[in-house]
Ligand binder design. Structure first.
Ligand SMILES: C[S@@+](CC[C@H](N)C(=O)[O-])C[C@H]1O[C@@H](n2cnc3c(N)ncnc32)[C@H](O)[C@@H]1O
Length: 365
């Protein structure tokens, strides 16, 4: 037992306790009565200790390791996933702290969500459950993305979420760091790897194309992520947002008249020109159709009542990023203006448009 304790880096007392509660029971004893741990016992001990170090309670661990449907490989996979998530979370926290330090040095105010480090996968683990209600492939935006993919046969979709915009006629591999989002991918969706854009677990040039849709603004380090896309694929297609145009905050009535805080959300976001340069890409405007099927932030520019619906807002990360107070004020203001006719008076011209350029850009390299 002393030898096993030494190997496993735990005390003999811990091993005695695990034995007493039936968590790890040595399967045999020597003639002299010493406990003997078989290879199988050691494997179980390793699993128990790994779950313990990840913070699981002993009762919970007993259920996990006694589950007959989970073999050693499945435990290793699960443990690996949990550790990767923990590492990503730590990375995100470091980035959040760096952002706050930068913001403070520049005298900028951070949103409540920014202060608690609600970025990237962590944000999507918190809000991702509401995503599938309204977020899906819009065929017109998809046509633009698929066209830009050219004749690529193998495609990597980074920040893949629930799988929107994944072309059905190509061999797709998805990358998605949020467990909640991965868990919502439909049956039959492309295989999905738990990883982040900034550190893609693929060799150089291993895909014909890499795509990233509505995700770059969530990455801890957008430029590093874009360089990774460039590294692993011959062609890169990214749907992102233009904050270079002077007065971009006024392009969309929602940001202009009701939610100026949106500008703070994108304050640390790299300029479009910098992203295009990192990829050596050209930027093309992607107008948002008036009846856009994908419930992204700008989707309802001609259907303003939609923003009054909680279910619609919860599938847009912007509302979480600006904080509850700003959200409530914006929704109240919009509701009042819709009821009084003030919104229609200001934005009446929109009803004649089929699509609007609200800053969505396709970077194609
Ligand atoms: C708005 S969703 C977009 C999902 C999908 N591409 C779509 O168009 O529906 C943003 C996704 O980016 C993911 N994400 C956040 N940080 C990431 C990172 N560092 N690397 C890759 N994906 C990330 C989130 O977990 C989330 O699933």
């Amino acid at each position: 037992m002393g030898r096993v304790a030494e190997l496993a880096g735990v005390s003999v007392r811990t091993l005695h306790h695990y034995d007493a509660i039936g968590l790890v029971r040595p399967s045999a004893r020597t003639g002299a009565g010493y406990r003997v741990y078989s290879a199988g016992d050691m494997e179980r001990l390793r699993e128990v200790l790994a779950y313990r170090r990840l913070g699981f309670g002993l009762r919970e661990i007993a259920e996990l390791v006694d589950d007959p449907a989970t073999d050693a490989v499945a435990h290793l996979r699960r443990l690996r996933g949990l550790l990767v998530e923990r590492r990503d979370r730590a990375d995100a926290m470091v980035t959040a702290i760096d952002r706050e330090l930068t913001a403070r040095a520049e005298g900028r105010k951070m949103t409540p969500q920014e202060q608690v480090g609600m970025f990237g996968p962590r944000l999507y683990d918190a809000i991702g459950g509401a995503y599938p209600a309204t977020r899906r492939t819009d065929p017109r935006i998809a046509a633009r993305i698929w066209d830009a993919l050219g004749d690529a046969r193998t495609v990597l979709n980074v920040g893949a979420g629930t799988g929107s915009y994944e072309p059905a006629d190509r061999e797709v591999t998805a990358v998605e760091p949020s467990a909640v989002m991965r868990g919502q991918r439909p049956d039959g969706a492309a295989p999905c790897v738990a990883a982040a854009a900034e550190r893609l677990p693929f060799p150089d040039r291993s895909f014909d194309a890499a795509m990233a849709v509505s995700t770059v603004h969530h990455w801890a380090d957008p430029l590093a992520g874009l360089r990774e896309l460039r590294r692993v694929a011959r062609r890169v297609v990214v749907l992102t947002f233009d904050t270079d145009e002077p007065g971009w905050q006024d392009r969309f009535w929602l940001t202009r008249d009701y939610l100026p805080e949106f500008a703070d959300v994108l304050a640390g976001f790299p300029p479009l020109a910098g992203m295009a340069e990192a990829l050596d890409a050209r930027a093309e405007p992607v107008p948002v159709p008036w009846d856009c099927a994908d419930g992204l932030f700008e989707a309802y520019w001609r259907r303003p009542d939609a923003y009054l619906e909680e279910r619609v807002r919860r599938a847009m990360s912007v509302w979480t990023r600006v904080g509850r107070e700003a959200e409530e004020r914006a929704v109240r203001g919009l509701g009042d203006d819709l009821a009084s006719g003030r919104w229609a008076a200001r934005n009446g011209g929109l009803t004649g448009l089929d699509a609007a350029d609200l800053g969505l850009r396709l970077l194609v390299a």
